[in-house]
Design a protein around this ligand. Structure first.
Ligand code: PLP
Length: 437
């Protein structure tokens, strides 16, 4: 069959224009079960998290799913990381090891607790914190490691556990993106001393807005989280409220409506994961056959939740050896978007180069040479987000794979444009601005 002209050059799109708003790519999926559960809460009049009901049931079900003793429902994943630090006794001023490649909340949470984030480069295969680099970053002031299961792939928890034990560090999982992922047969959320999940509507286990879950096997940590999520009070929902605060704390509770919504999502989590896993693997198998596309690795001892799918592009293996990785990525993004494939960057800076974190008091100064892997991955990759979460997106992912094959078969035509593209990494532009001011 003759290949059609590239959409970027005026040819037909590979993926329909309305694909992103179709039921096949909707996320979260809202069914009659969610509608009935939410209405049930409205009709019950029990809206708060302390009244026995949906919040407690969600906590029990998530503890059971992840295989831990305790779960606390919270207002966000960010609150869960902050409370994980607080409840495990990480002191203000302590150093916390944080991967240089993550969402801002992973580093903002320790900073908001008064801790000092010390950034660590990532492993080139898994894009998660590199245990050897983490070991090299430990100082006498280090008290914790935040292991981010980025994109839904668990970190090398055996190596991180050994490192934490060697130095008496608390091992915190940032599992915001990894609901249902496993490491050596155990669920994310049961692998560290304490774990934080996000229930943001974009996540694999979503609520109808914002929310979070914290899991731990340690009863003392759990009790401290309960105190700190509700004004330092022991709220039981029984009898008159004594208004007695044991510690100074804020309010980080989840509402019943949101818990009811998430319980319906949880009932389908495993089934949706299985179909998504099949869809994503079929898509990746086709892409892996194209020269220069590096598809995500999933080591044998873990399973991937596929919150995001990151694709790296190797200019040399594509036959574009003289094109800078950032220019290749930018041009491919244009060509693929024109075909209707929703590829986009996820994270355009290493965390230590974020304007908000560059001058974190106590952190080592930002030096690009400390984070070669993070910089390379940011420059040469794009991600697929959201569409593939819906298990019905399989046929659309097939169209996306068609688009990649089409673009690859005609990439010669893009080469002059790629060569002429001016591209400077964002961190370099920010560094240049900072040097001028
Ligand atoms: C890796 C990571 N950590 C933490 C968070 C924060 O979660 P939330 O948005 O629920 O506060 C997110 C959210 O996207 C995340 O992706």
């Amino acid at each position: 069959m003759a290949v059609s002209r590239l959409a970027m050059l005026g040819g037909p799109r590979s993926v329909d224009r309305d694909a992103g708003t179709s039921p096949e790519t909707a996320w979260p999926i809202v069914t009659d079960a969610e509608r009935a559960a939410v209405l049930g809460v409205l009709d019950s009049g029990r809206f708060t998290s302390v009244e026995h009901g949906e919040v407690q049931l969600l906590e029990q079900e998530w503890a059971e799913f992840t295989g831990v003793r305790h779960c606390a429902a919270l207002s966000s994943g960010t609150a869960a990381i902050e409370l994980a630090l607080t409840a495990t006794g990480i002191e203000p001023g302590a150093e916390v090891l944080v991967p240089a490649f993550s969402f801002i909340a992973t580093a903002a949470a320790p900073v908001m607790r008064g801790c000092v984030p010390v950034f660590v480069d990532i492993d080139p295969l898994t894009y998660t914190i590199d245990p050897a680099a983490a070991a090299a970053a430990v100082t006498p002031r280090t008290q914790a490691i935040i292991a981010v299961h980025l994109h839904g792939l668990p970190c090398d928890m055996t190596a991180l556990r050994a490192l934490a034990d060697r130095h008496g560090l608390v091992l915190i999982e940032d599992a915001a993106q990894a609901h249902g992922a496993t490491y050596r047969g155990r669920q994310a959320g049961s692998l560290g001393d304490v774990a934080a999940f996000s229930l943001n509507a974009s996540k694999n286990l979503p609520t109808s807005g914002e929310g979070g879950l914290l899991t731990t096997d340690d009863p003392a940590v759990y009790q401290r989280v309960l105190l700190h999520r509700q004004f330092g009070e022991e709220l039981t929902g029984r009898g008159d409220r004594p208004y007695l605060s044991q510690v100074v704390a804020g309010n980080a509770k989840l509402s019943s409506v949101q818990a009811a919504f998430t319980r319906c999502q949880l009932a389908r989590l495993a089934e949706r994961h299985e179909q998504r896993d099949r869809n994503v693997r079929r898509f990746l198998d086709r892409l892996a056959a194209l020269d220069g596309i590096v598809t995500p690795a999933c080591p044998q001892d873990r399973t991937h939740a596929w919150f995001q799918v990151r694709l790296r592009f190797d200019s040399a293996r594509m036959g574009w050896p003289d094109v800078a990785p950032g220019a290749t990525r930018a041009l491919l993004q244009r060509a693929l978007r024109a075909e209707g494939v929703p590829v986009r960057p996820y994270q355009s800076l290493p965390l230590p180069a974020q304007p908000a974190l560059r001058d974190s008091p106590g952190s080592p100064p930002w030096r690009p040479e400390d984070f070669p892997v993070t910089l390379a991955v940011i420059e040469d990759s794009l991600t697929m987000q959201r569409w593939h979460l819906n298990p019905a997106a399989g046929p659309l992912l097939d169209r996306c794979a068609d688009a990649f094959e089409k673009v690859w078969s005609q990439r010669e035509l893009l080469l002059p444009a790629a060569r002429s593209m001016r591209h400077q990494p964002l961190w370099q532009r920010l560094d240049a601005t900072a040097a001028r001011t």
